[in-house]
Design a protein around this ligand. Structure first.
Ligand code: PLP
Length: 393
């Protein structure tokens, strides 16, 4: 039973299986092989695969209203916007279908703000090794070295500085600067956190210099790091932030969120056929309801601590590197640079993990992952490390 499809554009390497179904932390292929899934669609399935609350929300909304165009209010769209505003401390929400589209909106909003209030300032300072998505502007904003020479000419107006260097940002701000944009934790770069005191200094600096602070919370938002939004851990509030991935729990949903003072789009500046689609925003409401239950985030936090302890023990056993991350966005350094081989070995053993770089394994399990599943994951990783070590020797 070969899995191959000539009609699909070849944009990535795919293993020779077809994924058929998923439940909770488990994904099942066409051979009946079960995989313990610690990738979860890249931190998308925050409640695991096919959770009942999402299936029910989809079914109920599908029988009520699937689409009515963004030119009308619909009930789930309004409810989700209010939930996000309530919990974020910001005021205005625009819904999109992908993280890149939300970031594209953030860039446009900042440029509009610059044209209205900052003498046409348009430059956005972003970070080296950052990842903001794959539209042309989002790629231009990103600091991914492999993208440096791709799809030239890029969208102009982005300056890159190193992370956790407040002086570099202070020096880069000039009369053309309208915003600083960054991920609270750089996920694709290998779970590299912006330090809490750096975020706090950045908030003060941007306020003092009249520059907007934009946070890309597409990977970190909706509970991933153990707080609803990662910026809350620093006790700051950005002017603009974006959500994606976990917000839809598996359906394509993203959001651009802005302070009322910054929310300056005129009619026609921003839109999208599926913006605020009732089917996807109904799922967003179901996700937000779950994630804001009293014990939910606390469990993410304690599960993360437990998992990191186990990983630290494994790291000692196999002489690996640091364990990084907060909540359930975690990385393990692999000094031998064979993270891809380990991830491939884990796949064969029925364990899904992601090598973001040759020396980084990243773990993004469902936020409601159980202790037993974490224990199983650690056993499977141990087996993968043992055999990957043998094959390297
Ligand atoms: C995944 C991701 C994006 C892009 O989201 P898409 O839905 O793939 O467009 C942007 N920023 C960050 C931090 C991400 O993790």
């Amino acid at each position: 039973m070969n899995s191959y499809c000539d009609a699909l554009m070849e944009v990535t390497v795919r293993p020779n299986v077809t994924m058929m179904s998923g439940h909770g932390s488990w994904l099942i292929d066409n051979h009946g092989q079960r995989y313990l899934d610690f990738v979860q669609g890249w931190a998308v399935n925050c409640l695991g695969h096919t959770p009942a609350v999402i299936a029910d929300a989809i079914a109920a909304q599908a029988r009520t209203l699937i689409s009515c165009s963004p030119a009308f209010y619909n009930a789930p769209m309004m409810q989700l916007a209010e939930q996000i505003a309530l919990h974020s401390g910001l005021h205005k929400v625009f819904f999109a279908c992908s993280g890149a589209e939300a970031n594209e909106g953030a860039i446009k909003l900042a440029r509009k703000f610059g044209s209205l209030h900052r003498n046409g300032a348009f430059e956005i300072i972003t970070l080296e090794n950052s990842f903001h998505g794959r539209t042309l502007a989002a790629m231009s904003a990103s600091g991914k070295p492999q993208w440096q020479d791709l799809f030239e000419p890029k969208v102009p107006g982005f300056r890159k500085v190193p992370i956790n260097d407040i002086d570099a940002i202070a020096a880069a701000i000039n009369a053309n600067t309208v915003a600083v944009m960054l991920e609270p934790v750089q996920g694709e770069a290998g779970v590299v956190a912006a330090d809490i005191n750096y975020l706090q200094a950045l908030r003060e600096l941007t306020r003092a210099r009249g520059v907007l602070l934009i946070l890309d919370e597409i990977q970190t938002g909706v509970g991933r790091t153990g707080s609803l939004f990662a910026y809350q851990r620093a006790g700051i509030v950005p002017d603009i932030f974006t959500l994606g991935k976990g917000l839809g729990g598996g359906v394509p949903l993203a959001a651009l969120v802005a302070h009322a003072d910054v929310s300056c789009f005129d009619h026609g500046d921003q839109g999208g056929t599926f913006s605020g689609n009732p089917l996807t925003t109904a799922v967003g409401c179901a996700v937000m309801n779950e994630v804001t239950q009293p014990e939910f985030l606390n469990n993410v936090h304690t599960s993360g601590i437990y998992f990191r302890e186990q990983l630290t023990a494994l790291s000692k056993q196999f002489a690996l590197g640091a364990v990084r991350g907060d909540g359930l966005l975690i990385a393990l350094e692999i000094p031998a640079n064979n993270a891809s081989a380990i991830a491939a070995r884990a796949f064969d053993l029925g364990f899904l993990i992601n090598a973001t770089r040759p020396n980084i394994l990243r773990f993004m399990p469902a936020l409601n992952v159980t202790r037993e599943e974490i224990d199983q994951a650690v056993e499977l990783l141990q087996a993968a490390l043992a055999t990957a070590e043998l094959s390297a020797a």
